[in-house]
Write a protein that binds this ligand. Sequence first.
Ligand code: UT7
Length: 326
Amino acid sequence: MVHTVIIGTGCHVPARVLTNQDLEKMVDTSDEWITTRSGIKERRISSKDEPCSFLATQAAKKALDMAQVKAAELDMIIVCTLTPDMLMPTAACLVQKNLGAEKAAAFDLSAACSGFLYGLATADNFIRNNISLKILVIGAEVLSCRVNWKDRNTSVLFGDGAGAVVVTGRNGKRGILSNHLHADGTLWKLLHIPGGGCVSPPSRQMLDDNLQYIHMQGRDVFKLAVRAMEESAREALESNNLSPQDIDLYIPHQANMRIINSIAERLQIPREKVYVNIHKYGNTSAATIPIALDEANREGRIKEGDLVMLNAFGGGFTWGASLIRW
Ligand code: UT7
């Protein structure tokens, strides 16, 4: 039985740390509010020299290193992002250039915070057709460029960073067991960036109206996220005849500690089996899961044969779950 296995992980975050105390000086907020409402203590912010493709490349190099795969061996690069360096070319093409991955096809994939799960599922399907492919899947974001630093409803939540995996095919029981992807475009308005696309192209008016920034109705998003993530997690388990008790490590999208706690409680996954790093990085959208996966992997939190669940939710709306036998 051919499965897609993760043979290397890596992550990279910018050096600059923005703490809750720093934010207290920028907007009407407090460390106490941010910590109790979201679980976030600090986040990383990119400089001009650290665009999306740079963070992605650094994360990719570490993943390639672990996988002992040379960039020239890569068949495909998928960068999951909603904050590419520019609209054209894709961040993936810039990563391909940076790595010198001459034979790799390269494209970006946009599914907001669920992007990495969509990217991993895409790579999985290519590999199920051709076991020998080596594919780099990266989640990379510079959300700080889309945050209105005067809006306390959103500015305290987001951060920058990148995580990457190298995947290939293997015969055996290990690898991605299944992916479960969903979307509901009717809910798009609850979380969106209205400006910069063809509906509101860049203009003085667009900037004056703050359309270039993330707009979010947090309370509604919160409730939908809990329900959708729980449902897709259960769907993934049921389709593999597994139960929540079988999960060795649960890696949820890191958007809000209270969302993570609610889902873990509903699924009855004990705290020690839930991977959390939201306090360090905040919500890095498509990058939260691959960053967490890499940190968990390097900390020795995942052993061969463990059942790992990835579970995400984001703008679009999009959501999903992947189950991996490590
Ligand atoms: O990546 C996936 C997408 N994103 C998410 O999953 C985010 C989902 N939503 C959330 O995480 C939460 O809804 C938030 C963290 C955004 C907000 O938490 P909440 O408990 O839902 O707060 P709220 O929006 O209901 O606001 C409660 C109060 C309001 O004041 P009033 O109206 O009760 O007087 C807000 O104005 O907190 C106020 N508030 C703040 N106060 C201090 C909102 N933001 C802040 C802030 N500092 N930064």
